[in-house]
Ligand binder design. Structure first.
Ligand code: PEP
Ligand code: MN
Length: 338
């Protein structure tokens, strides 16, 4: 439920509403806009009688939130959230492209990647330093050394950096280098990890789980927001289906559905969605046309030698060509890019 205060409501009247919410055992969530102040009432308790609030002085109206994800919902916040990261903004009119290799493998590989993606117009450099691999025998990442290299490359080429964090005990370490903390698909329902990133103020890229419904995904975002961090971007990266020609199946309709249900920005990952380099371009363009606020694309200076996800990684020249096409699609749907 949301309590909308009258525009002339005093601080004292708003405080009285907050106090009442706390006394009832709920968490108040204050949001002071230019025109109006609204107080959200979040928690799981007895059904509240709206009349109890409607009768209070300074209260204009009561709006029920019917969906289970509260803070994440458009019912709670009408305006789209814009997530700021190192000078770049995701969720506004500009389409943001994040790009780079699957994993940080060496300084040379990252420097070449950063130079190529920055030149083509990407704003954020990706690269995993902690890699959650299906097999324990696969390359697990360069860890802190990888984070250092990634940050150095980002700083050198004017790119923010996004990298995955896989456990609560490494959140502070990863946050000390990264501008965006990525929660991978396999960790979407790792609730202690969600709580840990929720306690930071860093931007978070929350990937959709391999087998997760949109509602489960939004409930995971709710964990982050309810722990105090509003800077969440949602990333659709394909879900499991019976189809074998692609690595996963991109749920393109998730883009407009989530934009309707939630105020959070939506990013699409065409690389993990398809698993195939030749499909990345078409899927990227489709995602932009469907309303995505950003893309995250794997690019490797030498994909045949990549330690992970080579078959889906674009060559730098392919990425540069794709960026020109993406800009045209972005312009066609009223957005800027680059
Ligand atoms: C990644 O982006 O490197 C990754 C592992 O993706 P996902 O979690 O979506 O599989
Ligand atoms: Mn990958």
């Amino acid at each position: 439920m949301i309590v909308v205060m009258k525009s002339e409501a005093t601080v004292k009247e708003t405080s009285a509403v907050i106090k009442k919410i706390q006394v009832m055992g709920y968490k108040p969530h204050l949001s002071s806009g230019e025109q109006k102040t609204i107080v959200g009432m979040v928690g799981n308790g007895e059904k509240v009688d709206p009349d109890e609030f409607q009768a209070m002085s300074g209260v204009e109206s009561i709006v029920p939130i019917l969906v289970p994800f509260k803070l994440v919902s458009r019912e709670f916040k009408k305006e789209s959230t814009i997530v700021a990261l190192n000078g770049t903004k995701v969720g506004g009119n500009e389409l943001i492209v994040m790009a780079g290799p699957c994993a940080v493998e060496s300084r040379d590989q990252i420097m070449k990647s950063a130079e190529a993606v920055a030149k083509a117009g990407a704003k954020v450099l990706r690269g995993g330093a902690f890699k959650p691999r299906t097999s324990p025998y696969s390359f697990q990442g360069m860890r802190e050394e990888g984070l250092k290299i990634l940050r150095e490359a980002g700083d050198q080429f004017g790119l923010a950096i996004v990298t995955e964090v896989i456990s609560p005990d490494t959140v502070d370490l990863v946050a000390s280098y990264a501008h965006v903390l990525q929660i991978g698909a396999r960790n979407m329902q790792n609730y202690s990890l969600l709580e840990a990133v929720g306690k930071t103020t860093k931007a978070v890229l929350l990937k959709r789980g391999l087998m997760s419904t949109i509602e489960e995904w939004l409930m995971s975002a709710e964990y982050i927001l309810s722990n105090g961090n509003p800077n969440v971007m949602l990333c659709e990266r394909g879900i499991r289906s019976f189809e074998k020609y692609t690595r996963n199946t991109l749920d393109i309709s998730a883009v407009p559905i989530v934009k309707e249900l939630s105020h959070l920005p939506v990013v699409v990952d065409p690389s993990h969605a398809t698993g195939k380099r030749n499909l990345v371009g078409a899927v990227s363009k489709g995602a932009v046309a469907a309303g995505a606020d950003g893309l995250i694309i794997e690019v490797h200076p030498n994909p045949e030698e990549a330690m992970s996800d080579g078959p889906q990684s674009l060559y730098p020249h392919q990425f540069a060509d794709l960026m020109l096409e993406i800009k045209n699609i972005a312009n066609a749907v009223g957005r800027t890019c680059g």
